[in-house]
Design a binder for this molecule. Structure first.
Ligand code: COA
Length: 152
């Protein structure tokens, strides 16, 4: 069974594992704990499959904008639609809070993630040169107008 719910402190070990398996610049355990318990702007989500954390997503709500801070699926659970689903559900929840626009940065060479975002309706609006400090890769800035994404 697939379920989406807010991330709790008990999820942190599983979330850290997903993060470390997914990113070349993973966050620290403390960073996730901070997001869950100390950052009022953060909305931290997990998607579980039969009770096991398969995907995680954190976004920050700043006034009427949602910034996708991180999103990843455990390698054992990829290509099952989890990333698409957790993103759509998190955006719906943000819109219910009054958010009008979502934005994110994605690596210029990360075409898989870009496809997911484009399919949902995100559009490229800019580029941040040399944004990623591990390899100097550019970031593509993408936004989605939640007010006009009627299908969401
Ligand atoms: C990118 C990532 C989050 C996708 O997670 P996922 O749960 O596997 O994604 P989904 O199953 O929802 O994929 C949705 C669609 O994206 C595309 N897609 C996803 N992974 C793909 C892959 N490896 N190759 C080609 N297309 C892919 C497909 O179109 C897929 O739909 P389909 O399976 O029906 O063809 C996951 O690969 C990941 O955690 N990567 C490392 C972390 C990361 O890069 N996060 C994004 C930072 S911007």
């Amino acid at each position: 069974m697939i379920e989406m719910r807010r991330m709790t402190l008990e999820d942190v070990p599983a979330v850290v594992e997903i993060d470390q398996l997914s990113f070349s610049l993973p966050w620290s355990e403390r960073a996730f704990i901070h997001e869950i318990q100390d950052n009022p702007a953060a909305r931290c989500w997990v998607m579980t499959r039969d009770g096991v954390v398969a995907s995680m997503l954190i976004l920050w709500i700043i006034v009427d904008e949602a910034h996708i801070a991180t999103i990843a699926t455990h390698p054992n659970h990829r290509r099952r639609g989890h990333a698409r689903k957790i993103l759509i559900e998190a955006l719906r929840a943000a819109r219910e809070e009054g958010v009008l626009k979502a934005l994110l940065e994605v690596r210029a060479r990360h075409v898989v993630a870009q496809k997911i975002y484009c399919d949902i309706g995100f559009e490229e609006v800019g580029r941040r040169p040399m944004y990623y400090r591990d390899n100097g890769e550019d970031a593509i800035l993408m936004t989605l107008d939640l007010a006009s994404a009627g299908w969401l």
